[in-house]
Design a protein around this ligand. Structure first.
Ligand code: FUL
Length: 471
């Protein structure tokens, strides 16, 4: 009887207690743990490498002589060293491009490294790169093109089985893969036939062999193409999308890919792929982009809620050209110069509301990844005011949402106070997401207001930063 009474008291008290300790709930589609980890990588290196490196083609026709592939000085450790020094967290290699040539001795093809004289037919680029990545602490990713201009059964249902077995080889034999890259190009095979791809089979093959791998395609499921090859995400960029009815190669409109979809049913964040050179494959006649162009690409990709996949094609020797690695080092030095000093140092912040003590705005100024600000329950906006120790000059504002709770902010403005105490709007933007870097005119001020004017649910901020770039 006593126990029963106690139970009744506890049961009655529970709703009150749980209300008090209520945690903010995720809104809409949210990232998986693997997508979270992938997003935090921010910049990865793409390596287009294969027969095209030697022929100067962008799309080989599948009939190239295997002996053409002869990277005499191949050194994947050099690729890893360059990528690491450039701040990249992973490398994705074109294991098989549209010409069908396999950079590993595939049993599903006779157009592979095995048929070439390179290393007397015993070479394996995937083996060398995956080992170099493991040694160097980089993640390893794979691009295999479903479009194959060499496979004799291309254009028949059997090809889907061949391709699934090909996936088994690349995903089963080289250790952990962080990203599987499926491009949308789908032309004719050697017999002039086109292929109806079995995407259900391909995606389930990836998830059974490498469940943590984030699958890239026009429509995910892990991450989506950003809709251009310029490294440019939309100024509005949702990580959510409605992928139903679409597939790789038959994706949504470019603008939809570029901007994502507010309130979209699935978490499919953007990945911006772009080459450091005009072409995807190395050509002697071409040169890398300038540091200023590369810094701009960083702002329009990572700074707009996307992951940057920067292609740095190894040359005929099998090495990253000195010109490219030097440019990457200059780029990294410039980014470090900009972002090494957060001008919010010593600042205090106030928010017009908070979810509770644990979700105070102070959490957006500290370095603790686990703390963030959440506005009070039910609010669809909020105002955050930063006060710096003294007026400081800045031209970049960095904001991050706590995407574990979903992407919420749909519109915000930035205002600054002048010496006379008047406030001026210096930016009017839409989404934030994992990371948003907003370029603003050169401004010197002590007080900054972030006014979130529209949010799908209580707005969150995980991190706020002010920076200065002289670029
Ligand atoms: C596209 C391909 O057709 C290009 O050659 C390149 O590999 C690019 C990254 O993806 O679909």
């Amino acid at each position: 009887m006593r126990a029963l009474r106690l139970y009744a008291i506890v049961a009655l008290a529970l709703p009150i207690c749980s209300c008090h300790h209520e945690e903010p709930k995720p809104y809409g589609a949210v990232p998986t743990e693997a997508q979270m980890e992938w997003q935090r990588m921010e910049t990865n290196m793409f390596c287009h490498f294969g027969p095209n490196t030697f022929t100067g083609e962008e799309w080989g026709d599948g009939g190239e002589d295997e002996d053409l592939f002869y990277p005499e000085e191949l050194d994947c450790r050099q690729w890893v060293a360059v990528a690491t020094a450039a701040g990249m967290k992973g490398i994705i290699i074109t294991a098989k491009h549209h010409d069908g040539f396999c950079l590993w001795p595939s049993h599903e093809s006779d157009h592979t490294v095995r048929e070439s004289h390179w290393q007397r037919g015993s070479g394996d680029v995937l083996r060398e790169l995956s080992e170099a990545c493991r040694e160097g602490g980089l993640k390893f990713g794979i691009y295999v093109s479903p479009w194959d201009r060499n496979a004799p059964n291309y254009g028949t249902p059997e090809y889907n089985q061949t391709f699934a077995r090909t996936l088994h080889e690349v995903l089963g034999d080289y250790g952990e893969v962080f990203e599987q890259w499926f491009d949308g190009a789908n032309g004719e095979g050697p017999n002039g036939r086109r292929q109806e791809y079995d995407w259900t089979l391909f995606n389930s093959t990836v998830s059974s062999l490498q469940p943590q791998a984030v699958v890239f395609s026009d429509v995910g499921p892990g991450c989506r193409w950003i809709g251009n090859e310029r490294g440019e995400a939309g100024r509005t960029c949702w990580s959510t999308l409605n992928p139903d009815g679409f597939e790789p190669g038959r994706g949504p409109a470019e603008k939809t890919l570029n901007e994502g979809e507010e309130g979209g049913s699935r978490w499919i964040p953007g990945e911006a792929d772009v080459s450091i050179r005009p072409s995807w494959f190395y050509k002697d006649s071409e040169h890398p982009k300038s540091v200023a162009e590369l810094v701009e690409i960083y702002f329009t990709s990572v700074g707009r809620n996307a992951v940057l996949l920067l292609n740095v094609p190894p040359d005929k020797r099998g090495l990253i050209a000195a010109e490219d690695s030097a440019r990457l080092m200059e780029w990294r030095a410039e980014l470090d110069k900009i972002f090494s000093r957060n001008l919010c140092e010593g600042a205090t912040a106030k928010a017009d509301s908070r979810w509770g003590k644990q979700y105070d705005i102070a959490g957006a100024l500290d370095d603790d990844e686990a703390t963030c600000w959440v506005a009070k329950k039910g609010s669809k906006g909020g105002v955050v005011t930063l006060t710096l120790p003294e007026p400081r000059r800045f031209n970049l504002i960095m904001l991050q949402e706590e995407i574990g709770l979903g992407q919420r902010v749909a519109e915000f403005t930035i205002e600054v106070e002048d010496d006379e105490g008047n406030w001026h709007e210096i930016a009017h933007e839409t989404t934030i997401g994992y990371k948003r870097i907003v370029p603003v005119p050169d401004t010197k001020s002590r007080r900054i207001k972030i006014r979130i004017t529209r949010s799908l649910a209580e707005p969150t901020l995980k991190q706020v930063g002010l920076f200065y770039s002289d670029q």
